[in-house]
Design a protein around this ligand. Sequence first.
Ligand code: GLU
Length: 481
Amino acid sequence: MTVRVRFAPSPTGFLHVGAARTALYNWLWARRNDGVFILRSDDTDAERSEQRFADDIVEGLRWLGLMWDEGIEVGGPHAPYRESERLERYREAVDGLLSSGDAYYDFATADDLEALRAEATAAGRSPVYDGRFGAPLEEARRRIASGDAAPVRFRVPRPGVTEFADLVRGEMRFDHANVDDFVILRSDGSPTYHLASTVDDVDFEITHVVRGEDLLSSTPKHILLTEAMGARRATYAHLSVLQGPDGRKLSKRHGDTALHSYREAGFLPVAMVNYLALLGWSPGEDETIVDIGSMQERFDLAAVSRNPAIFDPAKLEWMNGVYIRALGLTELEARTRDLVESDLGRKLDPSEERVFRDVLPLIQERAKRLTDVPDQVRFLFASDVVYDESSWEKVMTTPEAETALSGALTRLTEVPEWTTQSIEAALRAMLDEHGLSARKGLQPIRVAVSGSTVSPPLFESMQALGRERSLSRIAAATARL
Ligand code: GLU
């Protein structure tokens, strides 16, 4: 049997990092089993679905490299894969369920519901919709034909229990006493999520449903529906929700949750994939850097943890740095040159290109995001230095600042040849002369030259900047003291 999995986002918001992990786990499970990864669009909610969200989801998956074998945009044997294009099929499925008696039109009145609630309260339990308001089909059809509207509900067998072995969470057991006769078709004729999702999973021959834990309580409903349709149930795996470092459900409060903001913030897709994969799965003891090929061979849903996974932006950033350092210089240059040029608002000229290539290895050693590159080289190409005010406050208000700056100016003017070595020698002589530590004496020069206490190594930076500009920046900073 071929493994067939699906990722089924609703285009009602930007692709969330948690959903991206769900997509990745589905994709890995398909690859691991030589299976089929399907992208379906759960777009039955016309009010809330938007094209820009649909585009964002597709772009996000492509950016991560999670290509799908069947689904929207690429087609396949079960097309269409957009739920909004399958409405006829859902109605047909409902007709079948009505005829077999597994579903019924519900004409409950407000008074009926009030009675149901009162009865439950008296018995000390929450109200459960148990089918007592189901109208006989003939009568229901007459009423509908004469203009009445009613939702269709699934008839949950009572008494009863639905059990399943979740690949991640283990044995699950749902007593039907707590499962409502749920709506499958609203009175306006539109399908609910439970109906559309289950019909699709059946029609697309899905073997494994891998999705977020928030949908766990829907699963007994989906299993009942599947079996009422005469199909075989899938195997389910529910992934824990992501939490922020404080242990609360991951949300805006913790920072960006949209995948595209990580792309824009200079994260590499390989780093993102590696990081997301480890949110609940581990290839082995202390193995943190895992390439995608190895993941495809080793990923196992049964080894995914049921504990909540912590999404920690600091760890992700660390990992991104590891991947940035693993890039060849040519590739790093290709990936960051546009960032630098759009930051400057112009192209680099050939001599600046050389400077850029010279300093890139120095930046690569420290960068955590690709966007650190424009931040770190801006001072080399901008005509005026822009001081980072907190850096200025920190180092330019010390008594040593003026001594260091004027001492440096004197020494550097005398340097015969403008090389990294001679700059270093001149500045070290200045430190000795005034009895300054490297930290006290060099930081003011760094801020004068680059505008910030965070810059590529100082001597190399000054060499790249050139004598004239270095000296005039030190003079300008002295005047500003
Ligand atoms: N469309 C659902 C969602 O975005 C997921 C459906 C499913 O995986 O069953 O939450």
